[in-house]
Structures are given as structure tokens and as C-alpha cells.
Design a protein around this ligand. Structure first.
Ligand code: KIV
Ligand code: ZN
Length: 497
């Protein structure tokens, strides 16, 4: 079997999505889970982009030992210096540098020419080599780069010491045949190609990211860049679980990964919950309906023999529906066990706090699922917020004017407000604005559909604009008015003063 390396960019390309930002502690949870899953490379961030990203690369480098930790840079010396510093504690480290190579990038972004771009690519690779042995070079917008020129760039950076060369279809434009042919062209025409690994990095703008990545692999790429649940800018990146399961189901292709597929589902849930990014129900491999047979003919077939309509066993991706639900009768040990599946370790005091909240929730809901538990753990983060919701009372209903009274804890001091509105959420937010008097506008408001019954947790995503900047917030509660106010407060807590 040929080995395919899995490069995970959930914490870099995936995390660029508005509203998906994680704090460092959450990123460490995800990175540890990725290590358990068996990914080869974790792209931990873009250190020069913000102090938070820098710190996350440092902390992930300390927390994870087996996978290579990778940091992104532009082909700019100060970016590379910063990445090298952030990676100082990593056991295995890689700098991922690069530059746009399509004519559109060369002309409009860099106002440069092809020869100068090659010089900059060589210089950046050599500069990164001063810090680390393992240097990956990306040819941004390679999908729309002319193959002959692309081959010149790839050859030059391999000569300069690149160990991996990334061929991103940055705009998700390529057709699978075209992308496969591009990789084949490079395999056939680049001198020294045997000294480096070609990597795919496909975006999903036309829904072809997975197909393109597989076409790349079939033509010689031996690393794929992916995210959990396919999250990422715009329509997202290549979905890791899809690539991995395609190769597992089609083992006749003779290509294997190091992924422990039984950890796929838990990883998917963890990323979805922490990033507040729901997985669509019909998403391949990890969607709620991915293994649900509803038509009578299919159910009959599966009951007779699962292979009639199932090409993989749900257990192979870690879906064991019997073990997902906890109830009010579950004890601390069951809760701890569930958290450990997500590699969340807690001391007795922390566990006790989450357990008390779990019992309150279990009283309101018959079944507490993994999402709910991860929400409870995430609530810890909100507990440390500057502004917290202390109390909320809302009266609404047919024939009454909705009215809300609210108490907020702001840095330890209590403030109360009351207001009416055209509905309960409007009244609650007006009451909140009585206390927090800022020019802010609600731009987006979604309540996520309840998936198990009317007693489920309502999940609210909001976007609030303040000083011309959009802030994303999230709230979750069995009471959707409370969830909405929590989401609004989550936005305000992120305001840059
Ligand atoms: O899509 C892309 O081109 C990228 C590069 C920065 C690797 O994410
Ligand atoms: Zn990308």
C-alpha cells in the first residue's frame, strides 16, 4: 500500500470562517483530538496574522507531540521569522510559505512578473530553510496557473529545498480531470520531483473539492490538505472524512492513510460544537442522515443484510448511536467517559460544575446528546466573560405586548433594564440596550432547527455590527429567548473597545 499523508488545516484555513474562531484552549482540545485521530500534519495557524494565532501555534506545539506542527506564512521574511519563533517548541515542525502564481495574482495582487515571482519563491524557501528542514511551498491559485509556468515554480522551489509543494485550487475552479492532469503534468515534467511530495489543497466553491483531491492523489499527489467537516472559507475545503473513507472503501486503489477512522465522528462533533458550525444533515460520512435509511425498501434490505444499502459500517467511523445519549439518571462516571471520548480531561471540581449543569439540562431535556455536552463545556468560556446574563424574565403571548426585564453582571457589578418590543427577543434585546448604550445593529439572526423534539436546545447565531465591524456570537439554551440574548452578549464581549 502507498501512504498518503493527511494535512489538517481545520485550525488555519477552517478557522478563517467568520464566527468559527476558537480560543487557545479550544484549539488545544481540537489539536489533541486530531492527534488521536492520526493526522500527519496539523496546520496550527498563521502566526504573523495576530498575537492570538501566534500564541495558539506556541501552545499547540507544546501540547501535541506526534504530528508535525505547521505554521503558515507569506513569502515574506518577517512572516517566516515569526513562524519560526512560534514553532520553537514543536517536536516536528514545518514552515508553509508561498506566493500567488496565477497571472491574475501576479498582475493584480503583486503587480509583478513571472520571473520576479520565481525569485521571490526561491528566496522565501531558502530563508525558511535557515530555520527548519521541513519546508512546504504553496503556489497560491495553482488551479488557474498555466501548467508550464507552474512546473518552473515547482522545480525552482524543490531545488531551493522545499520538501513538500502544495498545488492549491484556491478558488475551487478546476474540474477533477483538469486538476488530476495538472498533478500528472508536474509529476512528468518537474526535474527532481522525486525529492518532494506534491500536496493537494482544494476548495469547494463548485462542490468538487473532494473529487479534485482524489484526482490529484490518483495522479501522484501524496499529501492532501483537508479540514474536518470540510469547513473553510466560502464553500469550504476538502472534507477530510470523505477523502479518508473513499480510500478505505476503495482499498483496491492501494493507498492508505494513518487515520483511525473510528475517531472520525467524535472529531466531527467536537469541531462542529466548538466552532458553532452545524453539519448539514445529508453531509457524507458525518451528517445526521448519513446512515439513516428511511424508505421501506431500503430498511427491509438493511435489516436482511446491511451490505445491501450500506457501503461502510457506521461503526467504522465511530457512529454507535446507542452510546451517544445521556439522561438525568447518568452519573459523573458516564459524563467523564463521554468527555474523554473528546479528549476533554477535567479535575473533580471542574467535572462537578459541568455535571450540575448537565443535570439541570437533563431535567429539561429527556436526552442529552454530545453536542449539548460540548456546549456545556464551552459555557465555561462564557463564564469568564466580561458581561454575563444574570437574569431574564420575558412575558409574551397572544394579546399581550411582549415585555422583558434583564439583569447583567458587568465585571462583577449588577445592572438591570426593562423594555417592550414587537416580540420576546426584540423586548429582551431592547432591555439589554437600556444597559449597554452603544450604537450596534443586529445584522444576522438564525435559530438552528431543533433536531430531536421540542425540548431540545435552541442554538442561536448572531452577527452584530459595531463601529463598522461585524462581530459573530453564539448562544445555546432550551429557552430560545435566553439563547438569543446570550448570542447578543457573546458579540458584545468580542467588541474591540
Ligand atoms: O487556498 C489557498 O491557496 C491557501 C494557501 C494559503 C495554502 O489556503
Ligand atoms: Zn485554502
Amino acid at each position: 500500500m502507498d501512504r498518503l499523508y493527511i494535512f489538517d488545516t481545520t485550525l488555519r484555513d477552517g478557522e478563517q470562517v467568520p464566527g468559527c474562531q476558537l480560543n487557545t484552549v479550544e484549539k488545544i482540545h481540537v489539536a489533541r483530538q486530531l492527534e488521536l485521530l492520526g493526522v500527519d500534519v496539523i496546520e496550527a495557524g498563521f502566526p504573523i496574522s495576530s498575537p492570538g494565532d501566534f500564541e495558539s501555534v506556541v501552545q499547540i506545539s507544546k501540547a501535541v507531540t506526534w504530528p508535525t506542527i505547521c505554521a503558515l506564512t507569506r513569502a515574506v521574511e518577517k512572516d517566516i521569522d515569526c513562524a519560526a519563533e512560534a514553532l520553537q517548541y514543536a517536536k516536528h515542525k514545518r514552515i508553509h510559505t508561498g506566493i500567488g502564481t496565477s497571472d491574475s495574482h501576479i498582475l493584480y495582487k503583486f503587480k509583478s512578473n513571472r520571473d520576479e515571482i520565481i525569485e521571490r519563491a526561491i528566496a522565501a524557501t531558502r530563508y525558511a530553510k535557515r530555520y527548519v528542514e521541513d519546508v512546504e511551498f504553496y503556489c497560491e491559485d495553482a488551479g488557474r496557473t498555466d501548467n508550464e509556468y507552474l512546473a518552473r515554480v515547482v522545480e525552482a522551489v524543490i531545488k531551493a529545498g522545499a520538501t513538500v509543494v502544495n498545488i492549491p485550487d484556491t478558488t475551487g475552479y478546476c474540474l477533477p480531470e483538469e486538476y488530476g492532469a495538472k498533478i500528472k503534468y508536474l509529476m512528468d515534467h518537474v526535474d527532481g520531483i522525486d525529492r518532494a511530495i506534491l500536496s493537494t489543497h482544494c476548495h469547494n466553491d463548485l462542490g468538487m473539492a473532494t473529487a479534485n483531491s482524489i484526482a490529484g492523489v490518483l495522479n501522484g499527489a501524496r499529501q492532501v490538505e483537508t479540514t474536518i467537516n470540510g469547513i473553510g472559507e466560502r464553500a469550504g475545503n476538502t472534507s477530510q472524512e470523505e477523502v479518508v473513507m473513499i480510500l478505505k472503501c476503495h482499498h483496491d486503489l492501494g493507498i492508505e492513510t494513518n487515520i483511525n477512522t473510528e475517531k472520525i465522528y467524535a472529531t466531527s462533533r467536537m469541531v462542529s460544537s466548538l466552532m458553532n458550525m452545524p453539519v448539514q444533515a445529508n453531509k457524507a460520512i458525518v451528517g445526521k442522515n448519513a446512515f439513516a435509511h428511511s424508505s421501506g425498501i431500503h430498511q427491509d434490505g438493511v435489516l436482511k443484510n446491511a451490505s445491501t444499502y450500506e457501503i461502510m459500517n457506521p461503526k467504522d467511523v465511530g457512529i454507535d448511536s446507542g452510546s451517544i445519549i445521556l439522561t438525568a439518571r447518568s452519573g459523573r462516571a458516564a459524563l467523564r467517559h463521554r468527555l474523554e471520548i473528546y479528549d476533554i480531561k477535567m479535575n473533580e471540581e471542574q467535572l462537578d460544575k459541568v455535571y450540575q449543569e448537565f443535570l439541570l439540562l437533563a431535567d429539561k431535556k429527556k436526552e442529552v446528546n454530545d453536542d449539548d455536552i460540548l456546549q456545556l463545556v464551552g459555557r465555561d468560556r462564557r463564564d469568564q466573560s466580561h458581561i454575563k446574563l444574570e437574569h431574564l424574565q420575558v412575558t409574551s403571548g397572544r394579546g399581550t405586548r411582549p415585555v422583558a426585564a434583564i439583569t447583567l453582571d458587568i465585571a462583577g457589578e449588577q445592572f438591570t433594564g426593562a423594555a417592550v418590543g414587537n416580540g420576546p427577543v426584540d423586548a429582551a434585546i431592547n432591555a439589554l440596550k437600556q444597559i449597554i448604550r452603544r450604537e450596534m445593529t443586529l445584522k444576522e439572526f438564525t435559530i438552528q432547527a431543533i433536531n430531536r423534539g421540542s425540548n431540545d436546545v435552541g442554538k442561536v447565531h448572531m452577527q452584530v455590527e459595531y463601529n463598522g465591524v461585524a462581530y459573530y456570537g453564539f448562544g445555546a439554551n432550551t429557552d430560545i429567548v435566553t439563547a438569543s440574548v446570550e448570542a447578543y452578549i457573546d458579540c458584545i464581549n468580542k467588541f474591540k473597545k
